[in-house]
Write a protein that binds this ligand. Structure first.
Ligand code: NAP
Length: 187
């Protein structure tokens, strides 16, 4: 069964990037090589992300000159980028630009994931759109020992304890990895 999983690193103040969309605060935190991300990624059949996240990857990896770096991170998994703009997509990569309601695209996304899960890479508002569409099953947070005063929020929605159930939490180096199941409240 395909699960839709928002999996991201966050500061303990609840930001996934700083005001300049930088992750420099994240990359300096020690993380053991043996962490839960590898097994998680093995189960992923398709990715979704917003355009800011895609543009960050595009620039950070230099995809215009080195498109193969996309495969180093995500292999051949289809990716859906939510955007209202025509963004550059390197030839040969299965990156599909979509726009509008999650529900308009969810069938195609789930089909692309096959037997695997859908990874909502970010940002937080897109994860919120999946939640509102009733299509967010899990939230997995790697909480870094960092605080920021502002930035891109991890999940800018009000979702209370009746809808979030902590399944597990464990230490990974300097991170706490917390795994929540989303349980939609009955009407
Ligand atoms: N800490 C981590 O592990 C981690 C993980 C992921 C991301 N990040 C970072 O966090 C930041 C997230 O940025 P962000 O909050 O701006 O979020 P984002 O989801 O990456 O991008 C938001 C943009 O996506 C487009 N979009 C979103 N929903 C859409 C829809 N339904 N239809 C059409 N377009 C839609 C809109 O831009 P346009 O229409 O103008 O294209 C919107 O402004 C980035 O800097 C990213 O690199 C960090």
């Amino acid at each position: 069964m395909t699960n839709v999983i928002y999996n991201t690193a966050t500061t303990l103040s609840g930001f996934i990037a700083d005001d300049d969309n930088s992750l420099d605060w994240l990359f300096v935190v020690e993380q053991p090589e043996d962490n839960s991300f590898g097994p998680f990624l093995e189960g992923v059949g398709a990715l979704v992300m917003g355009s800011t996240t895609y543009e960050w990857v595009y620039t950070h990896e230099g995809l215009d000159e080195h498109p193969e770096k996309w495969r180093d991170s995500y292999a051949e998994r289809p990716a859906f980028v939510f955007t209202t703009r025509e963004l550059p997509v390197p030839d040969g990569l299965d990156i599909r630009l979509v726009q509008g309601a999650v529900s308009d695209h969810f069938g195609e996304i789930a089909e692309a994931a096959g037997d695997g899960d859908v990874w909502v890479v970010g940002g937080g508002d897109l994860a919120g759109q999946f939640y509102e569409a009733g299509q967010l099953d899990e939230i997995r947070l790697s909480i870094a020992p960092v605080t920021l005063e502002s930035g891109a929020p991890v999940l800018p929605r009000r979702i209370e304890a009746d809808a979030l159930h902590l399944k597990s939490a464990h230490v990974e180096g300097q991170f706490v990895h917390a795994h929540y199941e989303v349980r939609y409240p009955r009407p």
